[in-house]
Design a protein around this ligand. Structure first.
Ligand SMILES: *Cc1c(COP(=O)(O)O)cnc(C)c1O
Length: 333
């Protein structure tokens, strides 16, 4: 067999790697039986790349006005601060960037990003993402906030830090970091993390969250609906209820993106809707996330409800956006 690495048209491989801490949460290293192993241990299922899958399923490359900056929605932009992660999630949707050779953002790229945000007065929020931006040290991270804020003064930006560190390396979160983020973000920093299974909510996780929340930094969670990990009403009820008790607001539950080699993780949208209905009967409204999908080809996020999912035609779900336009997402049932 020809090695896939020799074929240039093949998707880049997402590196394999996990923090010792995160792996220690696994009861077994069998991805078929353990939710932690399923998210970290590479299996042959990743070699199955479906025709409608892509290493860049959200077409982020098309929405990059300057390197490292994704501008898809008028008022908010997403910065790819760093390509590395403490743990490489096997369901990663940003495989065109994560763990590849980009490195952390260089000062000339940061200057171009800051200048772009400075010139575009409609931008009022900057998402700092990656990779995981908390792979950068505190100094570098706050220097990114400072550079962007300095370019927009006196306009006041909101910063949203997207990180899995509370889950995969909770020790990375310190009171010192939280204080610096509050100061350099001028009190306008939010954190968004990704907890996908109740087993990930350890005392160390709760302590990491407390560092942020006690400093006045609100924390939200974006979970991904993952077959074999959390596509179960009891698991999701425990997850979202537990997050609330840890003072984390469940924000999104994402339908799996069409990322290359991740079809084994995806459920149907029907299954997701059934899970959401069952959860609503059991949970506080505050614990309910919004079930949503990022449309293939850069169409942006669409909320998935009984009203917006309009059935299946010719092998695709028909999804209605807020403007009343129909979009397609493949039916894989
Ligand atoms: C998801 C996303 C956002 C943020 O969307 P919200 O609905 O505000 O959470 C912003 N920019 C890009 C490119 C995104 O993918």
């Amino acid at each position: 067999m020809v090695s896939r690495d020799l074929l240039p048209e093949n998707p880049p491989h997402l590196p394999v790697g996990s923090s010792r801490y995160y792996l220690s949460l696994a009861a077994s290293l069998d991805p078929a039986r353990d939710p932690i192993a399923a998210q970290t241990v590479r299996t042959d299922a990743e070699d199955v790349v479906l025709p409608h899958e892509s290493v860049d399923p959200l077409a982020e490359a098309r929405f990059m006005p300057v390197p490292r900056l994704i501008h898809r929605y008028p008022n908010r932009v997403l910065l790819l601060a760093c390509e590395r992660c403490a743990t490489y999630c096997r369901h990663c949707f940003r495989r065109h960037f994560t763990g590849q050779s980009g490195g952390q953002i260089k000062s000339e790229d940061l200057a171009r990003v800051a200048s772009y945000v400075g010139k575009h007065l409609e931008i009022d929020e900057v998402l700092i993402s990656g990779g995981d931006p908390l792979m950068l040290d505190d100094e570098r991270l706050v220097s990114i906030l400072d550079a962007i804020q300095a370019a927009v003064d006196p306009r006041a930006l909101l910063f949203r830090i997207a990180t899995r560190m509370p889950v995969v390396m909770p020790k990375r979160i310190t009171v010192t970091l939280a204080k610096r983020l509050r100061e350099h973000g001028k009190g306008r920093v939010w954190v968004v993390t990704q907890v996908n299974h109740p087993r990930e909510m350890t005392p160390a996780f709760a302590q990491a969250i407390a560092c942020f929340v006690d400093q006045g930094i609100p924390v939200l969670n974006q979970a991904v609906l993952l077959r074999g990990v959390n596509n179960d009403v009891d698991v999701l009820a425990e997850l979202f209820g537990g997050l609330l008790r840890a003072r984390v607001k469940p924000y999104y539950l994402f339908q799996g993106d069409l990322a290359a080699g991740t079809s084994h993780f995806r459920t149907t949208i029907d299954e997701g809707l059934d899970l959401m209905d069952a959860l609503r009967d059991r949970l506080s409204g505050m614990a309910m996330p919004t079930y949503a999908v990022d449309l293939p080809d850069g169409g942006g996020k669409i909320v998935l409800t009984r009203a917006t999912v309009q059935g299946i035609r010719d092998g695709s779900y028909l999804l209605l956006d807020r403007a009343g336009q129909q979009h397609r997402y493949p039916y894989e049932g």
